[in-house]
Design a protein around this ligand. Structure first.
Ligand code: AMP
Length: 181
């Protein structure tokens, strides 16, 4: 678990941008964490300590901010990194999974050979934030459809009032560092 001092350092480094990308949304801006070397190191050290003894084969990150934390952690743990991208961005053959948005739907994709043919590859999924949980739910399903096994989904921030974790809990373990009320 994150100690209160480290939680404060990480929380203080994340900026709230009101009414972005649309009125009524408070956007959690992690760029101010990334450009703060000490806060970024505090976060990555915590993640490294949590996951260094997990039996993991790959880390998968969700487009786009999940790539930043996921690939940094993959290097620290000497694991391969797999991007889960929005529809139409990956160049090779893909497996896809759609999910509902407030209006309409969206789709995420993974390369068919993302786990290098390793059956039941143990995968940690990571993203910066869980809101409704729709994106992460689709990402977990995608990992499982690609013959991987999502052993945990990790988020730096969770919007408690949207209850997104409940959507993922039937599918995999969930670890959210900081809940936002
Ligand atoms: P959801 O599918 O509703 O859980 O949305 C999660 C995705 O949208 C993540 O990839 C987040 O990066 C992004 N997201 C949703 N809400 C916010 C927010 N308030 N601040 C920053 N990112 C957000």
């Amino acid at each position: 678990m994150l100690n209160s001092e480290d939680r404060q350092i990480i929380t203080n480094a994340i900026r709230d941008i009101k009414d972005f990308p649309e009125p009524g949304i408070v956007f959690k801006d992690i760029t101010t964490l990334l450009n703060h070397a000490d806060a970024y190191a505090t976060l990555m050290t915590h993640l490294h300590e949590r996951y260094r003894d997990y039996p993991l084969d790959f880390i998968a990150g969700i487009d786009a901010r999940g790539f930043i934390f996921g690939s940094a952690l993959a290097q620290m743990l000497h694991l391969g990194f797999v991007p889960i991208r929005k529809k139409g961005k990956l160049p090779h053959h893909t497996v896809s999974e759609s999910y509902d948005l407030e209006y309409g739907s969206d789709e995420v994709e993974i390369h068919v050979d993302a786990f290098r043919g390793k059956h039941d590859a143990k995968v940690l999924l990571i993203d910066d934030l869980i809101a409704t949980g729709g994106t992460a739910e689709a990402a977990v399903k995608l990992i499982n459809k690609s013959h991987g096994e999502c052993v945990e989904a990790c988020f730096i921030l969770g919007l408690n009032f949207l209850d997104g974790e409940k959507k993922i809990q039937p599918l995999t373990n969930v670890y959210t560092l900081i809940g936002v009320d």
